[in-house]
Design a binder for this molecule. Structure first.
Ligand SMILES: C[S@@+](CC[C@H](N)C(=O)[O-])C[C@H]1O[C@@H](n2cnc3c(N)ncnc32)[C@H](O)[C@@H]1O
Length: 354
């Protein structure tokens, strides 16, 4: 039977607008306007103006400085080794001016298709931009097919979309599964990692990956809770364990406790994603992936990453592989740090192949 009022089962059901308490949305899901920038451009602009990153978006860091280093000209071939939201990608594409080719990769199977679709809607199709899901540790593979590259950018770490989405478990600001994987289809989650780790290994991880000064107290608390059969499967459960372990720190130093929580999450994230191993592979393979005179810029967000970049650039400079390297890291301007608090810890280094 057909009727004008018959509902088609394939039609999407009408969804009620998300309601929230108070005047402003607080949780990720409540921020439905920020999550639809195409429909709510005004809301998104207001959030950015206030110095915040809208939910589901990432503001690219040190854009001007990166473009000054890479000196991209039309006709060149380049690689964005960390696509993310595609902010840097678009800036680099603008420099190519529809002439040349940019390859962009990322390991994240959740955000990558969203970014790909958004960039396609902006008019960047395969004739100018090719996007692939892969790790930058495989730069040799993509370089052998599509290189050598005139320019390479790696903006390390995690994107704001990954941090802000509670389902990914990157932040203790909201309750979520303790996952922390950039690619949740690969490897093991942080919760699983904590199930079998030894005290020494955990303490070592907190020191090596995050220079955590209270590594021993925190590692002991985590292992003790686990051995008592207490669950450590969510972000806030882990946060509570860390905070309880640091009760000896006076209350007025709450900021110190928060920093320790951030460092522990960072240490776990680096571990479950093998971030140092991937970065080392990238740094080792980079010279062969670059064309003569090719330029690379790497943006790092903590001392562990920056140390590796600095060491590798210096090593290849001494060997004569790079003709020039950054004498010191470049930091974002105070205006940028003011406008985007996530820029504060960034350090930018560069190298030019001989
Ligand atoms: C800081 S964000 C990049 C943001 C991007 N430049 C932008 O403007 O939107 C870092 C990105 O690197 C990705 N990533 C981390 N490790 C990676 C790896 N080994 N290979 C490729 N991508 C990686 C993360 O998934 C994340 O999307």
């Amino acid at each position: 039977m057909s009727s004008d009022f018959a509902t088609d089962e394939n039609e999407p059901k009408h969804q009620r607008r998300i309601r929230y308490k108070g005047t402003h949305p607080k949780t990720f899901k409540e921020k439905y306007k920020e999550l639809q920038p195409d429909h709510y451009a005004d809301t998104v602009a207001k959030v950015i103006q206030k110095g915040h990153t809208p939910a589901g978006m990432h503001i690219p860091i040190c854009v001007k400085e990166i473009l000054e280093i890479l000196k991209i000209t039309p006709g060149q071939t380049g690689l964005d080794a960390t696509l993310g939201y595609g902010g840097h990608t678009v800036e680099m594409l603008n420099c190519l001016n529809s002439n040349g080719h940019l390859y962009a990769i990322d390991v994240d199977p959740i955000e990558l298709p969203r970014t790909k679709e958004r960039l396609e809607r902006l008019g960047y199709g395969p004739e100018i931009l090719e996007i692939r899901q892969m790790s930058f540790s495989q730069i040799d593979q993509i370089a052998s097919e599509s290189g050598p590259f005139n320019f390479v950018l790696a903006d390390l770490g995690v994107s704001s979309m990954q941090i802000d989405n509670p389902e990914r478990g990157f932040s203790f600001k909201t309750e979520g599964p303790l996952d922390l994987r950039l690619n949740p289809k690969m490897g093991i989650s942080a919760a699983s990692r904590l199930k079998n780790i030894s005290l020494d290994e955990l303490q070592g991880m907190l020191i090596e990956n995050a220079d955590e000064p209270h590594s021993e107290a925190i590692a002991r608390a985590i292992i003790s809770n686990r051995n008592k059969g207490m669950g450590i499967s969510t972000t806030t459960q882990l946060q509570k364990i860390i905070m309880d372990a640091l009760k000896f720190i006076p209350k007025m130093n709450e900021d110190k406790i928060k920093k320790s929580c951030q460092r522990c999450f960072q240490a776990l994230r680096i571990d479950v994603n093998n971030e140092f191993e991937s970065l080392n592979e990238l740094l080792e393979k980079l010279p062969d992936a670059l064309a003569k005179g090719g330029r690379v810029a790497i943006l790092s967000f903590h001392s562990g990453e920056d140390r590796l970049v600095k060491k590798s650039f210096k090593h290849f400079f001494r060997e004569g592989v790079y003709r020039e390297i950054a004498p010191d890291p470049i930091r974002p301007s105070s205006d940028e740090c003011h406008a985007n608090s996530r820029a504060r810890s960034a350090k930018l280094r560069w190298a030019i192949k001989a």
